[in-house]
Every structure is written in structure tokens, then in C-alpha cells.
Design a binder for this molecule. Structure first.
Ligand code: FES
Length: 160
């Protein structure tokens, strides 16, 4: 009978130790898994205003090129991306921000003052001052960004 009690006690101790070990394992594993997997599951949902520079740099009626570098995070990977944005204003109050990426195959367009057009050298496309397609294969106008001005600084809104 005593032997049977001892076996029962040993089994109980073995089960109790195993259960405590399992609880400790779970307590350690959950934060570790969350730490490793969390960033990969995070989706960027917020929208970001990116500062381009002072409004005083923009010539009235002439698209002015602003360049800035932003960081994009995808999971654990952070990459830097250079943005080149043309800013146009006719009155110093309302601003148009246009991407310099051609909507055909992604080449960079540049403003040609003499012609009053953006030119894409890849397939000889042209866009007018506000980014509408004038000639060539691009399927749509240059992409636009929402703009705002705060303390004489220009900002564009990047989608999330
Ligand atoms: S990439 Fe610009 S016209 Fe083809």
C-alpha cells in the first residue's frame, strides 16, 4: 500500500513539474514569437505627411523639383526611397504636387521649360504643366499628391 502511495506521489510530482515547465515555456514563448512575427504582420495603415521644403523655393507658374528621402518598412526590411516631386503654383496659395515617375513604364520625366511640358525620354512621351498626357503611350496623367502648407513649409501626403 505504501509503495502504491509513493508511486502516486511520484506521478503527481512528475505531472506537476511538467505542468510548471509547460507554463514557463508558454510565458517565455508568447512574447518571443510576438517579437519575431509582429513586425511582419504589421501593415502600414497610417498616412504620412512628408515635408519637401520651403514654399519660397517654388517659382510662380513654373514646376519646381523637390527631392526628399523617405524610409519604407515592410516587415523587418527598411529601405530608403528617394522621391522627386514637381510642385506647381500659379498664385502662391494652391499647390499641385506631381510625381516625376512616368505612368507608362516608370521612367523619370523632366520639365522642359522651353516647351512648357514634361518629357519622358524612354518613349518620347509628353505631359502638360498639370501632368495630363499630351503625347506618347502613357495611359494616364502623372500621379498627384495632396499638399498642405504649414509654417511656409510644403508637405505632401503619402498613402499608407
Ligand atoms: S516610360 Fe515614359 S513613355 Fe514609356
Amino acid at each position: 500500500m505504501e509503495e502504491k502511495d509513493q508511486l502516486g506521489r511520484r506521478n503527481f510530482l512528475a505531472i506537476a513539474i511538467g505542468a510548471i515547465g509547460a507554463v514557463i515555456g508558454v510565458v517565455i514563448a508568447i512574447p518571443a514569437v510576438a517579437y519575431v512575427v509582429g513586425p511582419a504582420l504589421k501593415r502600414k495603415t497610417s498616412e504620412d505627411w512628408v515635408r519637401l521644403g520651403p514654399t519660397s523655393k517654388v517659382e510662380l507658374g513654373t514646376p519646381t523639383l523637390f527631392k526628399t528621402t523617405i524610409e519604407r518598412q515592410t516587415g523587418w526590411i527598411v529601405t530608403e526611397e528617394e522621391l522627386s516631386i514637381y510642385i506647381l503654383t500659379e498664385d502662391g496659395r494652391d499647390y499641385i504636387a506631381l510625381s516625376n515617375i512616368c505612368t507608362h513604364l516608370g521612367c523619370r520625366v523632366r520639365w522642359i521649360t522651353d516647351q512648357g511640358q514634361y518629357f519622358c525620354p524612354c518613349h518620347n512621351a509628353a505631359f502638360d504643366k498639370i501632368g495630363l498626357v499630351v503625347s506618347g503611350p502613357p495611359p494616364r496623367p502623372l500621379d498627384r499628391y495632396e499638399t498642405k502648407v504649414e509654417d511656409d513649409q510644403l508637405y505632401i501626403l503619402l498613402g499608407g
